[in-house]
Ligand binder design. Sequence first.
Ligand code: SAM
Length: 261
Amino acid sequence: MKQTKNTPFQPRLTVVGAGPGDPELITLKALRALECADVVLYDALVNPRLLEHAPARALKIYVGKREAEKSMEQDQLNTAIVEYASKFGHVVRLKGGDPFVFGRGMEEILFAQSKGISAAYIPGISSSIAVAGSAGIAVTQRGVSRSFWVITATTDLGTLNPDLQLAVHTDATLVVLMGLSKLPEIAVEFIKVGKSNVPVAVIQDGTLPTQKVVVGTASDIAAKTKVAGLKSPAILVFGEVVHHGLLQNIDPEILALLQAA
Ligand SMILES: C[S@@+](CC[C@H](N)C(=O)[O-])C[C@H]1O[C@@H](n2cnc3c(N)ncnc32)[C@H](O)[C@@H]1O
């Protein structure tokens, strides 16, 4: 927030969703927030092109958040947000997808507020829906799936999320985030309940030019994904919607026309 003689200095935090990867899949409100940032603290899955919307004078600090990558601990990060806001004014905390979907956005807001920093949230398009969609898969589809679950593959301890055992018994679409390394174990949960033929898609770099999609069933998806060499970030989509999508029918010409310059 640009501080002027008439507006007293005020530390603020805006937790902003950056969308799933394509730099044009961000909201207008998020861009407004970036335009008046004094500091931008951004995560690994944020498209770096979005930083161009912040003023040249704003500090832009990478606070990486990727599995297997050394990133700032959450406690340190919460403290850093408060310190930057107190010293510089408006901190924009830019996070991949939506900050409230496995994004720890609420923790950061609550911590800042507990230290007297006013805070706001701007939603983003979550990869959980948009990445499936960009591969031509609708997470719900009339007559095919009337609900969808979005789950993380693991607990805080790194063990398989016990919610999986519930999810495999439903006909809902199951979208798993942070699940690529656990794909073989997750597929086994479907096989154990007699669903070895459930369709599965694994989508890497969704919405980006580097997007890759592998399709199979619970019984062969782990092997196919390994052969294709897919890497994180990726989402896993289990359910009949995978077979009812537009995987073959997305018009590349329309997408090319809409591609950011
Ligand atoms: C820590 S979670 C954050 C999710 C984010 N808040 C959201 O709403 O999309 C990170 C995970 O999101 C998924 N993800 C995010 N962006 C993605 C993309 N462009 N393509 C595939 N998966 C993505 C991956 O499963 C990744 O491991």
